[in-house]
Design a protein around this ligand. Structure first.
Ligand code: MG
Length: 461
């Protein structure tokens, strides 16, 4: 039956008090509580965003009405909550966050007992409960009396992260690290981990501020210019910049160059494969990552498994195939299966420090090993139906090339690659192109844009 959808690529998102108001959150809380069932124990937390407390309270009320025992972590990063759910043996969790979205947004993310986002099928189950209002409210005497406040979770989480890296080797190096916490909860975790690893920490954008006064919460080459300047000017060994809930970490090298997540993940994958020869020689990444990953890792016998765009798809594919070295996204998400099969920007920094401790070179020198590509990202506004037709047309035109069609179309050339896909959340067609030289990249963008426009025009006639 034609039920509506609540969950997007990564949880439920909306503008606070517009789509995402307390009444909606309460209803979703009922549905989540009904899904987990009476007597289950759920850990809930939030990032710094406006409305976080209000939405959390509403979700908590819904959960309690369904007889769920609510444990509150309150202000925390998504990965620290995910780790705590698993390590403390909860039945699941809820994180109130809109990740990297603009300040007016907030969201609700549902997590399994393993700390991983619930599967796409489980999302459908909750949506069905929500839209058919099949809420199971318990009788009055079974409503939990209280909410239990959890203390010390961040301390335990940071100790766990440190236990997964070579602490002594890192301590000896006394690294200087710039940490940009996006004015949100990563400032509660990452600087602590870096300090415990003996680093001199320069913490910026670390005051909790839901208006994100310093920069947009999405870390990217555009939003991190100032942060990158600081890294270069104070001669830091490395910089890391998070999104608002701390699952992303964008790496900045000692020269102040900002590297997309697929680049830093490629060098981490090589390092982790050497450190853990027992791990299956596979990395998992979405089709939106560069083919430089394949080019760089192939000589080391590491296979790249391409997935749909969306970290949940990466997590579940890794789970079903028994892990691998790591999973990652070009946006800075990095999954280390010995930790959690979910993204964690704090863990990523700890691993980067371990890599640097074992190398005798600067980060900029290591990064220079990577194949060089000239990237262009663009988008064309169009309806999803039209965008899908464009993808079909490109499939025909490039039929002689190696391609992947699990999410839009990714085409592999000798000296270029591109990805054309309809956005999962907006009426736009996304185009990503990388080529060995700038003019080639530009000419491909031009050709793809021409194809897209002609398909759109023909459909309108
Ligand atoms: Mg995030």
């Amino acid at each position: 039956m034609g039920l509506g959808r609540l969950f997007g690529t990564d949880g439920v998102r909306g503008v606070v008090n517009v789509e995402l108001d307390p009444l909606f959150a309460l209803k979703l809380g009922y549905a989540i509580g009904t899904f987990f069932g009476e007597g289950s124990r759920i850990l809930i937390g939030r990032d710094v965003r406006i409305g976080g407390l209000m939405i959390m309270r509403a979700v908590e009320a819904g959960l309690m009405s369904a007889g769920v025992k609510v444990y509150e972590a309150d202000l925390i990063t998504t990965p620290a909550l995910q780790h705590s759910i698993r390590s403390e043996g909860f039945d699941g969790g809820v994180m109130i966050t809109a990740s990297h979205n603009p300040p007016q947004y907030n969201g609700i993310k549902v997590l399994s007992s393993q700390g991983i986002e619930i599967s796409r099928d489980q999302e459908r189950e909750i949506e069905e409960i929500f839209f058919t209002s099949r809420f199971r409210k318990v009788s009055w005497s079974n409503i939990p009396y209280d909410i239990i406040k959890m203390e010390g979770l961040i301390e335990k989480y940071t100790n766990w992260v440190i236990s997964l890296v070579d602490k002594e080797a890192i301590m000896r190096k006394r690294f200087t690290v710039v940490i940009d916490s996006a004015n949100s909860t990563p400032s509660l975790t990452t600087p602590l981990v870096a300090r415990k690893l003996g680093a001199k920490v320069v913490s910026i954008n670390s005051n909790l501020d839901p208006f994100f006064p310093s920069r947009h919460p999405e870390p990217s080459p555009e939003t991190l210019k100032e942060t990158a300047n600081i890294v270069a000017n104070i001669k830091a060994d490395i910089g890391i910049a998070h999104d608002a809930d701390g699952d992303r970490g964008i790496v900045i090298d000692d020269k102040g160059r900002i590297h997309w997540g697929d680049r830093s993940a490629a060098i981490l994958a090589k390092f982790l494969a050497e450190k853990h020869p027992e791990l299956p020689k596979k990395v998992y990444t979405a089709v939106s990552s560069s083919i430089l990953v394949e080019e760089y890792l192939k000589p080391f016998g590491i296979e790249v498994v391409w997935t749909k765009v969306g970290s949940i798809d990466i997590s579940y594919l890794m789970l079903s195939q028994g892990g691998g070295i790591c999973g990652f996204e070009e946006n800075g998400g990095f999954m280390y299966p010995k930790h959690l099969i979910v993204r964690d920007g704090t863990m990523k920094l700890a691993l980067m420090l371990e890599l640097l401790a074992h190398e005798r070179r600067k980060l900029s020198e290591i990064m220079d090993e990577l194949p060089k590509y000239y990237p262009i990202k663009t988008k064309i506004p169009m309806k999803r139906e039209v965008a899908l037709k464009v993808v079909e047309e490109i499939k025909k035109i490039y039929s002689n090339y190696r391609m992947i069609t699990i999410d839009g179309i990714k085409v592999f050339g000798n000296d270029f690659w591109f990805l054309v896909r309809p956005s999962g959340t907006e009426p736009i067609l996304r185009i990503m192109v990388e080529a060995k030289d700038e003019s080639k990249a530009k000419s491909i963008v031009k050709e793809l844009t021409k194809i897209a426009k002609s398909v759109a025009e023909n459909l309108e006639i």
